[in-house]
Design a protein around this ligand. Structure first.
Ligand code: NAD
Ligand code: IPM
Ligand code: MN
Length: 352
């Protein structure tokens, strides 16, 4: 029997609440599909930081590296200054493990209310690939004359051909296996340096993928099209910050943050990939049982797929999708079921 070593970081706010449900589903899945998991819980996030001052000690990073995958809930809490946990924990893992692809499906499922009037599932089924190790997220820059009247903040976007090319090649490959359509989303009309590098690289890589049509949209127009004609997108590749922003918009059109799953992936599997809902710790609803665990459970399905358990991944997705029409809303006080009830129902359906 194959046994996968999975590290678990529940994190903050609703993070542990939705992760607990994903783990319940995972347990049901291992029983139904006959593989094993060895779970290691990592006490990381706001509580640990406030208690000890630790964000992500090197020993924890080394211990995380000894796993096949990581399941993460969410990090960030109003009690800790912005960036401490987000940069020091989440981004550090993405960077140190070189998880250079952030795979974010945007798919509207049957029975899920969308704010876009008239939108039907057939018109909303895309994958957004967010370059995950460069751009504004590198943290390059600094503050000069901090605290004085002349203070100057510089925040630089780092773009390498290597980084753009590997994200683009992955995206072309993915597009080849789907509809043969890839859209590059950037802001070449203003970001003349980074946009130029991305565009030239995309055109060069396109020469190796004659069966894929390369399209281009500016990121502002992408926001328009995501709302008024999402069917024009199938696979979208974009820079780190643009990808962050447009995938929250994508979450909205697919029914809300409780629906949006993601994987931070190292396609070469040199180090563990990390799977997490797109949403954050949602401090506004934490502790109430109102968080929708479906995003975390669909992220688990992506994790199982990455681990080579394709049938189990499919079963988890199908079980999750089957409960959606039974929910009244996709998160919040009027869902009609609690976080735990949804998780239990999905777990009960995983075996078929
Ligand atoms: P958020 O995603 O936590 O919340 C945005 C909105 O979506 C809120 O109204 C929230 O109630 C709702 N929401 C989120 N998850 C939901 C779920 N599962 N079910 C139903 N509704 C849900 O974003 P925010 O409020 O901007 O950020 C809160 C904190 O989370 C911040 O500290 C931020 O830095 C952090 N954050 C972390 C991650 C991550 O760990 N991957 C991602 C985004 C934000
Ligand atoms: C996300 C989050 C993170 C990001 C933050 C918490 C660092 O918003 O995963 O979308 O910006 O990548
Ligand atoms: Mn985000």
């Amino acid at each position: 029997m194959t046994t996968h070593k999975v590290a678990v970081i529940g994190g903050d706010g609703v993070g542990p609440e939705v992760t607990e449900q994903a783990l319940g589903v995972l347990t049901a899945t291992t029983e139904a599909f006959g593989f094993g998991v060895e779970l290691t819980d990592f006490d990381l996030g706001g509580d640990r930081y406030l208690r000890t001052g630790d964000v992500l000690p090197d020993e924890d990073l080394v211990a995380l590296a000894d796993h096949d995958a990581i399941l993460l809930g969410a990090v960030g809490t109003p009690e800790v200054p912005p960036g401490v946990l987000e940069r020091g924990l989440l981004l550090r893992i993405r960077f140190e493990f070189d998880q250079y692809i952030n795979l974010r499906p945007v798919k509207l499922y049957d029975g899920v209310p969308t704010p876009i009037a008239g939108l039907i599932p057939e018109q909303c089924d895309m994958i957004i690939i967010r370059e995950n190790t460069e751009g504004m997220y590198v943290g390059a820059g600094g503050i000069l004359r901090r605290g004085t009247a002349q203070e100057t903040a510089v925040q630089e976007s780092i773009n390498t051909r290597f980084g753009a090319e590997r994200a683009l090649r992955f995206s072309f490959e993915l597009a080849r296996g789907r509809d043969g359509r890839l859209t590059l989303c950037h802001k070449t009309n203003v970001l003349n340096h980074a946009g130029d590098l991305w565009m030239r690289t995309a055109q060069e890589v396109a020469a190796d993928f004659a069966d894929v049509t390369l399209d281009y949209v500016h990121v502002d127009a992408a926001c328009l099209y995501l709302v008024d004609s999402p069917d024009r997108f199938d696979v979208v590749v974009t820079d780190n910050l643009f990808g962050d922003i447009i995938t929250d918009l994508g979450a909205a059109i697919q029914g809300g943050m409780g629906m949006a799953a993601s994987g931070n992936i190292d396609p070469e599997k040199r180090r563990p990939s990390m799977f997490e809902p797109v949403h954050g710790s949602a401090p506004d609803i934490a502790g109430n049982g109102w968080a929708n665990p479906v995003a975390a459970i669909l992220s688990l399905a992506m994790c199982l797929d990455h681990l080579g358990e394709a049938d189990a991944a499919q079963a988890v997705t199908s079980a999750a999708v089957s409960v959606l029409p039974e929910l009244k809303t996709m998160g919040g006080p009027d869902m009609g079921m609690s976080t735990a009830q949804i998780g239990d129902l999905i777990a009960s359906r995983v075996g078929g």
